[in-house]
Design a protein around this ligand. Structure first.
Ligand code: PLP
Length: 354
C-alpha cells in the first residue's frame, strides 16, 4: 500500500540512546536536558531567532491568538487544515475568509484590505504546502492597520524565504512536528518569535502562566514539550538534509513525467528555498480527479484530497464564500511523497493519473 506520506523512522538504536539519557536523568518533562538540546539544535539548524517547542502545532496558534487577537475578527483563508480555523473559533474570535491565489494557493494579498473592519485584530495566514504567502504585502497591510500577523507555518520546516528562515517573519509563526509532517517528534510543534517581549508573552502562556513556582504573570495553559518528544526530535533532526534531498528527487520525477497539459502544479513564490513537503496537483475538473483517484486505488495507492472540503463548509461557522478556494479544494490531490518511494511506484502513480 502506498499512502500520501510515510513517517520517517530513525534507526531504533539512535532513538534508544536518547531514551537512555532520559532514564539516566530521571527527568521526563519541564525544561529537561533533551528539550533544551533540541531547542538549541533547531535554532541552529533552521537559523531562527527564538523557538518555543510545544506539544503539538495547534496550541501555539491558539496561544498566539489568545495573546494577540483579543476576541476580534481574524483574517484567514478556507484553504488550510481545519486547525487554522478551529483555533480562531476556539479562542472566541471570528474567522473572516479571504480567497486564495489560484496558483500560489495561499491567501490572495490583494483581497485582504477589503476584508478589514474596525473589529479586525489579526491576520492568520497559512503558508500552504510550505509555499510562502506574499509576506511583504501582508507586513505592509498589518503595519498600516495595526494588525498582528500570525503565520500557520505547519508545512514550512526548513523553508527559507529571501535567504532566511520563513519562521523569522510575522509576529508569531507556528510549526507542526506531527508524525505526518516533514520533521516530527511524534506529536509536537513550536512557536517562533522575533523578540524577547513576544517570547515572554507566548512562553508564560504555554506554561500555565507561571512566573517561577509561586507567582503568575497571567492566564496560561499547558503546551510544554516533554523529554519523550524531544528524544524523537533529536533522533530525526540529523536526517533532515537527507530527507529533503530524497523528497526533491521524487518531486523532480513528478515534474519530469506528469502530463501538465491535464494538470497544474503548485507555483512556488520567487525567493523561496522550498522543502518539498507536498506534491499537490490540480485537475481540470473534480470528475477527472475522482477518475484518477479510483484508478490509483485499484493499485492500492492512496493520495489525499488535501485540503478538502473547503473550510467554509465547517458546521460551526457562518461566513462568506471564496470561489477560488472552493474550486481548488474540489480539484486538488496531494500525490504520495516520502523517502523510499521508488521509481516503479512513481511510474505506476504517473501512469494511473495521465
Ligand atoms: C498539521 C497542521 C496543523 C496542526 O498541527 P498539529 O501538530 O497536528 O496540531 C495546523 N495547520 C496546518 C496547515 C497543518 O497542516
Amino acid at each position: 500500500m502506498i499512502n500520501v506520506t510515510k513517517t520517517f523512522f530513525p534507526p531504533i538504536e539512535e532513538y534508544q540512546a536518547q531514551i537512555q539519557r532520559i532514564w539516566k536523568n530521571e527527568w521526563l518533562t519541564n525544561n529537561g536536558e533533551l528539550y533544551k538540546e533540541l531547542s538549541q539544535n533547531l535554532v541552529d539548524y533552521l537559523g531562527v531567532n527564538k523557538i518555543i517547542p510545544m506539544t503539538n502545532g495547534t496550541l501555539p496558534m491558539q496561544i498566539a491568538l489568545k495573546a494577540f487577537a483579543e476576541g476580534g475578527e481574524v483574517i484567514t483563508t478556507p484553504f488550510s487544515y481545519v486547525a487554522t480555523t478551529s483555533s480562531i473559533v476556539w479562542e472566541k474570535c471570528t474567522p473572516v475568509f479571504v480567497d486564495i491565489h489560484p496558483e500560489y494557493l495561499s491567501i490572495d494579498e490583494s483581497k485582504i484590505e477589503a476584508a478589514i473592519t474596525d473589529k479586525t485584530t489579526a491576520i492568520l495566514a497559512t503558508h500552504v504546502f510550505g509555499n510562502p504567502c506574499h509576506i511583504e504585502e501582508i507586513e505592509r497591510i498589518a503595519h498600516q492597520y495595526n494588525l498582528k500577523v500570525i503565520y500557520d507555518a505547519a508545512h514550512c520546516f526548513a523553508v527559507k524565504y529571501q535567504g532566511q528562515s520563513i519562521f523569522n517573519y510575522g509576529d508569531v509563526s507556528t510549526c507542526s512536528f506531527h508524525a505526518t509532517k516533514l520533521f516530527h517528534t511524534g506529536e509536537g510543534g513550536a512557536a517562533f518569535v522575533q523578540d524577547e517581549k513576544t517570547y515572554h508573552e507566548i512562553f508564560y502562556r504555554h506554561n500555565f502562566g507561571h512566573n517561577g513556582p509561586l507567582e503568575y504573570h497571567g492566564l496560561g495553559i499547558n503546551a510544554k514539550m516533554s523529554e519523550l518528544q524531544a528524544a524523537m526530535g533529536l533522533s530525526v533532526l540529523p536526517y533532515m538534509d537527507k530527507i529533503i534531498q530524497e523528497r526533491k528527487k521524487v518531486c523532480d520525477y513528478y515534474d519530469a513525467y506528469l502530463d501538465f497539459s491535464k494538470l497544474s502544479k503548485l507555483k512556488i513564490r520567487p525567493g523561496t528555498d522550498w522543502n518539498y513537503s507536498y506534491y499537490p496537483v490540480v485537475f481540470k475538473t473534480e470528475e477527472d480527479l475522482l477518475k484518477a483517484e479510483a484508478k490509483l486505488k485499484q493499485h492500492n495507492i492512496y493520495p489525499r484530497r488535501y485540503f478538502y472540503p473547503s473550510l467554509e463548509s465547517l458546521p460551526y461557522i457562518n461566513t462568506n464564500t471564496c470561489d477560488v478556494a472552493a474550486s481548488i479544494s474540489q480539484r486538488v490531490l496531494c500525490l504520495p511523497l516520502y523517502v523510499g518511494l521508488d521509481t516503479l511506484d512513481l511510474e505506476l502513480i504517473i501512469k494511473s493519473i495521465c
